[in-house]
Design a protein around this ligand. Structure first.
Ligand code: FAD
Length: 318
């Protein structure tokens, strides 16, 4: 399977762009803000809420960050205007984190303030291990301004994740707010688990550590062993869809499940039907092609998932 993924990635640049667009259209809302809004309006009837990502990352000049500042600002305005139940997801390197950390911080603070005024939560996506510390640092600094509407993502595959959970929870108490996922970046074995079972076990351990500390836990996985274990852990920690202790607007009772647009809709609808809060990650932007190719290069397994979804649609209904 890994070989198939690498083969697909190697031949991808030879495929006509319209074919790639056809495949991508399942996973990306479109190139414009209006595309993201209409995708969410359609999916709202499935009981889901959303987190929206403007595609793009690792800018090479600080001027490029202005585009993201304006686009996220318009996105917040559109969410407010349309009353869609949506948060935003931000990649710090799109604001220049790898060029000038202070400048990226200022811009993300600005966006978080505007989001806070409109009861919108900001999730800092976690990129590769070069920026783990600086991403966490931005979140804790913004929290120290009294803005509670920001949280980070942690990656189960990284060895450091349990101590990151402890550190963040020591600082923020049960106001800590995480998305936990396996982690898409294939990190070196000196700092990360690399085998499937180890990654699943480490992710499940991280989920338990978050719940144990009373942190808000957004479980972002489409993998049955992670979802099944999470459901057992929710029971163990007395969390259920019927709890009323929702602490901030648009959130669940201490936890939620998150899915990527276009992936395992059946499972998402089942969880939603059982009463769990489910959130769909909706990426849009003109950089959909570069984004797709980059993700595939980082982790060729994604290509295998995509081709499997095309050839065996019953394994992954939208
Ligand atoms: P897998 O075992 O990889 O997948 C289980 C099944 O889900 C696969 O068999 C396949 O059917 C389907 N599937 C999974 N991924 C895809 C896909 N891309 N296309 C088609 N089918 C797929 N990673 C980060 O490093 N940083 C982040 O900030 C981040 N944010 C995320 C936000 C959300 C809402 C989600 C759901 C994931 C996020 N990820 C992030 C990605 C995550 O780390 C994993 O790489 C990804 O979710 C695949 O892991 P899995 O747990 O779904 O299990």
């Amino acid at each position: 399977m890994a070989l198939l993924g690498r083969l697909i990635v190697a031949t991808m640049p030879l495929a006509p762009k319209f074919i790639i667009r056809m495949v991508a259209s399942r996973y990306v809302a479109g190139s414009k803000l209006e595309d993201a809004i209409s995708t969410m309006e359609k999916l709202s009837s499935e009981g889901a809420c959303f987190t929206v990502d403007v595609l793009g990352e690792e800018i090479t000049s600080l001027e490029e960050a202005d585009f993201f500042l304006e686009e996220y600002s318009s996105l917040i305005d559109s969410i407010v205007k349309t009353k869609i139940d949506a948060h935003i997801s931000v990649k710090p390197t799109a604001f220049g984190l790898l060029i000038d950390q202070e400048s990226a911080y200022d811009k993300i603070l600005h966006i978080t303030r505007k989001a806070s005024e409109n009861n919108i939560f900001v999730r800092l996506d976690m990129e590769d291990s070069r920026v783990t510390d600086s991403t966490i640092d931005i979140m804790t600094r913004i929290r120290s301004h009294g803005l509670a509407n920001i949280g980070v993502v942690l990656q189960g595959r990284l060895f450091r994740t349990i101590s990151d959970i402890e550190r963040i929870c020591d600082r923020l108490g049960d106001d800590a707010d995480f998305r936990i996922c396996k982690g898409i970046y294939l990190e070196p074995e000196g700092i990360a688990h690399t085998g499937y079972n180890d990654i699943v076990n480490a992710t499940n351990t991280a989920i338990e550590a978050m719940l144990d500390r009373g942190a808000y836990t957004a479980i972002a996985s489409h993998d049955y062993p992670v979802i099944e274990k999470s459901l057992k852990l929710l029971e163990k920690y007395g969390l259920s869809p019927n709890d009323k202790k929702i602490t901030s607007p648009g959130k669940g009772p201490g936890y939620e499940f998150q899915f990527l647009l276009g992936v395992r809709g059946d499972l998402r609808r089942k969880l939603s039907g059982d009463g769990h809060l489910t959130r769909i990650y909706v990426p849009y932007g003109k950089q959909w092609y570069e984004y797709g190719i980059r993700r595939l290069n980082e982790n060729p397994e994604v290509a295998t998932h995509v081709v499997k979804a095309l050839l065996m649609p019953w394994t992954n209904r939208r």
